[in-house]
Design a protein around this ligand. Structure first.
Ligand code: NDP
Length: 391
């Protein structure tokens, strides 16, 4: 029987919700391109309820315990005395989420002598040292596609929030004012703007498809070019590099994984080549942007706005400058953990566990590393030599 250590974000400060804003969520049957949604044999939760926090427990606790496993669920993950550090040495399986990542460094993996399986309940396994996992033959899996559309919707929202300057206008309304001129002095239409998409993977393509009806001019860059038919359908211009892409755009959206190649990419030098008054929305990873370069560009007026929901580190400290820099529309790391997204990644986590315990193969699109090497999605997204993308 296994010991499963699950690290989740804390419950709401007012307690676990007794009632929800809506009674149900739509049933999603498949993802674009025909990829299937998670399909565990059963679920022990009500889709649409809060599953990503400690009391929600991804809806796994009762099932796992009924199968004889021991389960520890905690949000306490920082410092040597945290529950996470104390429980890790004899854990067989660790589950956490990018929103509240249990950082599995090489040192921690070394301490976790029993560890065999690491699951990201969501997408993005950069909080696990994948080389260390490979060296130990640990399997790492994530729930690919589970919240890609959630993030794409959040991206479109933040593009509009910045360009229309929603935050200023809403604050005036809440504060009892009616100062129209103040409300609109930074407000524009998105229509006709040039939008550049950095990395056209699952999220990037979903953003392209959702923004196209706004009448914007779309361009993108990626390691691999999209099929010509797709480019024509959305009027896409391809650029060989992000350096080329950013020169002639009004809005940049960022959807590349955090790798050594993308870390710190949005720096002073690159930002200086963007047209004055450009906006950036980055829901990929905070460390892709140079924290202080973004602040400087907003303060000088070179950038007109910055939004996203990813920070470095996470949780961001209370004095992180992105909380207070001018013209920001930052959110905490929430885009992929809507109640709708939670239902899918909780179901996907259960599917991975069911396969693991029954000895069935984990589906390739959920695999990152296995048996000492990058597999499935991991072989494409995280290995040094990527393979050709499929649309
Ligand atoms: P995908 O793997 O589908 O897409 C990533 C894309 O980035 C691929 O097209 C890949 O290229 C491209 N890429 C990788 N490196 C580079 C590079 N150096 N230059 C240009 N393009 C590059 O991932 P998703 O769309 O599902 O997710 C993207 C990222 O979003 C994740 O890695 C994660 O960090 C973040 N994310 C954030 C969430 C949130 O809640 N805010 C939730 C989910 C994900 P190719 O495939 O052609 O090699």
């Amino acid at each position: 029987m296994a010991k499963i250590l699950i690290v989740l974000y804390p419950d709401p400060v007012t307690g676990y919700p007794p009632v929800y804003a809506r009674d149900s969520i739509p049933v999603i049957a498949s993802y674009p391109g025909g990829a299937t949604v998670p399909s565990p044999k059963a679920i022990d939760f009500v889709p649409g309820q809060l599953l990503g926090s400690v009391s929600g427990g991804l809806g796994l606790k009762d099932w796992l315990e009924s199968e004889g496993h021991s389960v520890v669920i905690t949000s306490d993950k920082e410092g040597p005395d945290s529950v996470f550090e104390r429980e890790l040495p004899d854990a067989d399986i660790v589950i956490s989420q990018p929103f509240w990542p249990a950082y599995l460094t090489a040192e921690r993996i070394d301490k976790a002598k029993n560890l065999q399986l690491v699951i990201t309940a969501g997408i993005g396994s950069d909080h696990t040292d994948l080389n260390a996992a490979n060296a130990r033959g640990i399997t790492v899996a994530e729930v690919t596609y589970s919240n890609s559309i959630s993030v794409a919707e959040h991206t479109v929202m933040q593009v509009l929030v910045l360009v229309r300057d929603f935050v200023t206008q809403h604050t005036i309304a809440v504060d009892g004012g009616w100062n129209i001129a103040d409300a609109v002095e930074r407000s524009y239409d998105l229509e006709g703007m040039r939008v550049g998409v950095f990395a056209a993977g699952r999220i990037g393509r979903a953003v392209i498809e959702r923004l196209a009806p706004f009448g914007v001019r779309l361009s993108y860059t990626d390691r691999f070019r999209l099929p010509q038919e797709y480019e024509e359908r959305y009027g896409l211009t391809f650029h060989e590099s992000i350096q080329d892409l950013v020169k002639e755009i009004d809005v940049l959206t960022v959807h590349a994984p955090l790798t050594e190649e993308t870390r710190g990419l949005l720096n002073d030098e690159l930002l200086a080549t963007m047209p004055r008054g450009a906006y950036i929305v980055n829901p990929a990873r905070g460390a892709i942007a140079d924290r202080d370069a973004i602040v400087r560009a907003l303060e000088s007026g070179h950038l007109a706005g910055y939004a996203g929901d990813v920070w470095d580190p996470q949780p961001a400290p209370a004095d992180h400058p992105w909380r207070t820099m001018p013209h920001n529309a930052m959110t905490t790391h929430t885009s992929g953990t809507s109640l709708s997204g939670q239902a899918r990644y909780a179901a996907g986590t259960r599917e991975v566990l069911e396969d693991w315990f029954s000895g069935a193969p984990i589906r390739p699109e959920y695999l990152i590393v296995e048996g000492g090497s990058y597999r499935g999605t991991g072989a494409h997204s995280y290995a040094q030599q990527p393979t050709q993308a499929a649309v």
